[in-house]
Design a protein around this ligand. Structure first.
Ligand SMILES: NC(=O)c1ccc[n+]([C@@H]2O[C@H](COP(=O)([O-])OP(=O)(O)OC[C@H]3O[C@@H](n4cnc5c(N)ncnc54)[C@H](OP(=O)(O)O)[C@@H]3O)[C@@H](O)[C@H]2O)c1
Length: 214
């Protein structure tokens, strides 16, 4: 079966931002509040970071339930992995996610400052200085025939869109405004020359945007 490149559960403010300004160890999304941005996902039964039982089973949950569906590897940008910039001072930082990161697959972190691979729980992080096309070839090879998730952040999604390497995207757009930071789009219609688009509102107030190639 063809391996696809997918974006899933990527969440934007109503004004198109996926992260705020001023990322730090204390504020992984900069001035934006992730508990507001991702409230929709956190309330679902299948939220990958869920540690307690509970959560809803409605439309939002159908989206979070799809997170692991046929995914064999993830590619993410260095700023999703951590707030450091420039050369690594040491390799102590192992991401935000604790001893059992929610990926459970190989993860390829794009960076100009590569470092040795390491494994935490069921997730192995590899660091690559590569073009999107080269990174994708490695991720496909590691994905055991399954699809590859482009996990963000915004610049990494943009880079893969610019290289025309994305097959499907699920983007959840909320009501809050972030105002400044990393912006994916000013309007989703920007992508409809290349993608079909269905926008489906959820009772939570999110509008789920599903894109697939024309
Ligand atoms: N809204 C959501 O659903 C969502 C999802 C994931 C993450 N986020 C948030 O988004 C923010 C991060 O996004 P971002 O747009 O700032 O950055 P990003 O896409 O995570 O990372 C960009 C960085 O990755 C490295 N990189 C990217 N492509 C590369 C390539 N081809 N070769 C080598 N290095 C490459 C570069 O870092 P270096 O040059 O420093 O190596 C670049 O500055 C964080 O706040 C994160 O929490 C939001």
């Amino acid at each position: 079966m063809t391996q696809l490149v997918r974006v899933q559960n990527f969440t934007l403010s109503s004004d198109g931002y996926g992260a705020g300004e001023g990322q730090s160890f204390e504020r992984p999304f900069g001035h934006a509040d992730p508990s507001e941005l991702f409230a929709w996902a956190g309330a679902t039964a299948h939220w990958p970071n869920r540690t307690e039982p509970g959560g809803g089973y409605g439309l939002d949950d159908y989206c979070t339930r799809d997170f692991h569906n046929n995914i064999g590897a993830e590619i993410m940008g260095r700023n999703k992995f951590g707030p450091q910039r420039g050369p690594w001072e040491n390799y102590d930082w192992q991401g935000w996610w604790g001893e059992e990161p929610p990926f459970h697959t190989p993860v390829f972190v794009l960076t100009h400052h590569v470092r040795p691979s390491f494994t935490l729980g069921e997730t192995t992080f590899h660091f690559l200085d590569a073009s999107p096309k080269e990174a994708l070839a490695q991720a496909f090879a590691a994905a055991d025939g399954k699809d590859v998730r482009i996990g963000g952040g915004v610049n990494t999604v943009r880079e893969f869109l610019d290289a025309d390497l994305i097959d499907q995207m699920h983007i959840a757009v909320g009501r809050l405004e972030i105002g400044r930071g990393e912006r994916l789009w000013s309007n989703p219609e920007e992508l409809t020359d290349r993608f079909h688009l269905e926008q489906i509102p959820s009772p939570s107030g999110m509008v789920h945007h599903f894109f697939w190639r024309r």
